[in-house]
Design a protein around this ligand. Structure first.
Ligand SMILES: Cc1ncc(COP(=O)(O)O)c(C=O)c1O
Length: 377
């Protein structure tokens, strides 16, 4: 099936009572049992929910995976993922992942005996060099938030298989429309469904997708045992949103290409970062492993003062955390999404005080361009 056909039909279940075409919202915490020891396969809302199951199957199909396991946020999904390793294990992570991922790993899970190495995974030999006897997992985010650095997914999968490691890709920035890490041999895909998958800035959610039976079994167990499940209504909203993922992503991509070129031509930024620009150091890799370049653009305006001018004077771009919604958002990673990453750490990979991140929405791109042109003055 094509992507949009799957997006609209995969996992969808019509209402068995009325035939209602749209998967019902099973807003219930528990289920009536027929008699003691006999039920319909549904016992308790944390353990089973049909709206959630439909959303999980839908997103799994979009990622070309067998199983989706949903959580209440992207970070809850990341936390559940860490139940695949145990105290004493070592994990290799891309060095400029989302700041919350950094905080969870480095400032919380190290207390439970997990050891993390932060490496520039855009160079595969850095991964190989970081492998130790106790290494169990390699976790990459590509492109990264907000530096838009890419990692070669096929290369990661080969290294992981050779060394018996689990490979994970945070695919939030591309969405399954532009990149499918499982097809390159990656074991597990992670999404913050808060972003493009839901796309309307009204849900917080996360999901893990895999075709590996053992991984599925463990994560499914943890979903119930630790209980970080999403609300049925949030699943219903995400299921509604994935139907338009393809059309939204096409427009995000078209707008971001035009917007990135506008920023380059304007000349107000010292550096414009977008995988679709020919001067992006990994433009060729982007064309190989992604079918589009996405809606995220970063630009370094050289100083906090210059960045502030853009951040404070735009009118259509909304100054807010998050990304991937139909409305354009603008943010200052150093003080917002990545505030927990120490200054000397973030500056090592170019996340300076002058860096501004644009989540280019699907408004008329001429209006977005005019907005920034006017803000800069
Ligand atoms: C790339 C990426 N991964 C994971 C997350 C965490 O997701 P959530 O905010 O849904 O917990 C985010 C949030 O911004 C993100 O940008």
């Amino acid at each position: 099936m094509g992507f949009s056909t799957d997006a609209i039909h995969a996992g969808q279940i019509s209402d068995p009572v009325t035939g209602a075409v749209i998967t019902p919202l099973y807003q219930t915490s528990t289920y009536e049992q027929d008699e003691l020891g006999k039920h319909k396969g549904y016992e308790y809302g944390r353990t089973q929910n049909k709206t959630r199951e439909a959303m999980e199957a839908n997103i799994a199909a979009l990622e070309k995976g067998k199983y989706g396991i949903a959580f209440a946020s992207g970070l809850a999904a990341t936390h559940a993922l860490m139940s695949l390793v145990k105290s004493g294990d070592h994990i290799i992570v891309s060095d400029n992942v989302y700041g919350g991922t950094y905080r969870l790993f480095e400032q919380n899970l190290t207390a439970y005996g997990l050891e993390y190495s932060w490496v520039d995974t855009s160079n595969l030999s850095n991964i190989e060099n970081a492998i130790k006897e106790n290494t169990k997992m390699v976790f990459v985010e590509t492109p990264t938030n907000p530096m838009l650095v890419l990692t070669d997914l096929k290369g990661v999968a080969v290294i992981a298989k050779k060394n018996d490691l689990l490979s994970v890709c945070d695919n939030t920035f591309m969405s399954p429309y532009f990149q499918n890490p499982l097809t390159f041999g990656i074991d597990i895909v992670l999404h913050s469904t808060t972003k493009y998958l839901n796309g309307h800035s009204d849900v917080i959610g996360g999901i893990l997708i895999t075709s590996n039976e053992k991984v599925h079994e463990r994560i499914r167990y943890i979903q119930n045992a630790a209980g970080g499940v999403p609300a049925p209504f949030d699943c219903w909203l995400v299921l509604r949103a994935t139907k338009t993922l393809a059309v939204r992503m096409k427009q995000h991509d078209e707008n971001a290409r035009a917007f990135a070129n506008f920023l380059v031509n304007l000349g107000a930024a010292e550096k414009v970062i977008y995988p679709g620009l020919q001067n992006h150091p990994q433009h060729e890799l982007a064309k190989e492993q992604m079918s589009g370049f996405g809606g995220m653009v970063s630009a370094d305006f050289g100083s906090l003062e210059k960045a502030k001018k853009v951040l404070n004077n735009v009118k259509i771009f909304i100054l807010a955390e998050s990304l991937g919604g139909v409305e354009s958002l603008i943010s200052h990673p150093a003080s917002m999404t990545h505030a927990t990453v120490p200054k000397e750490e973030r500056e090592k990979f170019g996340l300076t005080d002058g860096l501004v991140r644009f989540s280019v929405g699907i408004e008329d791109v001429e209006d977005l361009i005019e907005d920034v042109e006017r803000a800069i003055g």
